[in-house]
Design a protein around this ligand. Structure first.
Ligand code: ZN
Length: 173
């Protein structure tokens, strides 16, 4: 496995439509392994192939909604499609390609995704909260879309601090 360079906003690659993955080979496996390592190194919860310069429909998302004592785990999504959404959440959203910038973004509270795994097998996976947000954010990358395109406004550092200060009591439950 190896770390890959994360492209930053302004790089044209991030605005392109990605093509489906057709070969479920070693090259894809290496890409997914490298993306997982790169995401972990950058402390992210999601990463899409175009962010590391590969215009193919593949993303990794960190599932953080796990039982107490269990480790978050990586969901690999190849040729993903959102097949169902429910509810709505709104809050700050950021991106490893736009470091230090957070925007106010509305996303569904729940999203169900149909995708293929690294061997081409179809499966479905559900995400709630942050995971649903990450599914939507990463799959949008495959259409060349950044969160900035759907953000209502960019948050100032003060607003961001305020938001997280208000969230704390809830998280302490
Ligand atoms: Zn992103």
């Amino acid at each position: 496995m190896a770390l890959r360079n994360i492209l930053k906003q302004g790089d044209e690659t991030l605005t392109k439509h990605c093509r489906p993955v057709t070969d479920f080979n070693d090259r894809l496996h290496t890409l997914l392994d490298d993306m997982a390592e790169t995401m972990a190194d950058a402390d992210g919860v999601g990463l899409a192939a175009p962010q590391v310069g590969v215009l193919r429909r593949a993303v990794v998302v960190l599932e953080t909604n796990v039982e107490e004592g269990e480790e978050p785990y990586i969901i690999e999504l190849v040729n993903p499609e959102i097949v169902e959404t429910e509810g709505e959440q709104e809050g700050p959203e950021g991106c490893l390609s736009v470091p230090g910038v957070y925007g106010w973004v509305k996303r569904p509270e729940y999203a169900r995704v149909r995708a293929q795994d690294r061997d081409g097998e179809f499966f479905e996976v559900e995400g709630y909260g942050l995971t649903a947000r990450a599914f939507c954010h990463e799959i949008a990358h495959l259409e060349g879309q950044l969160f900035l395109d759907v953000s209502e406004r960019i948050l100032s550092e003060e607003e961001l601090e305020e938001y997280y200060a208000e969230q704390e009591p809830e998280e302490a439950e």
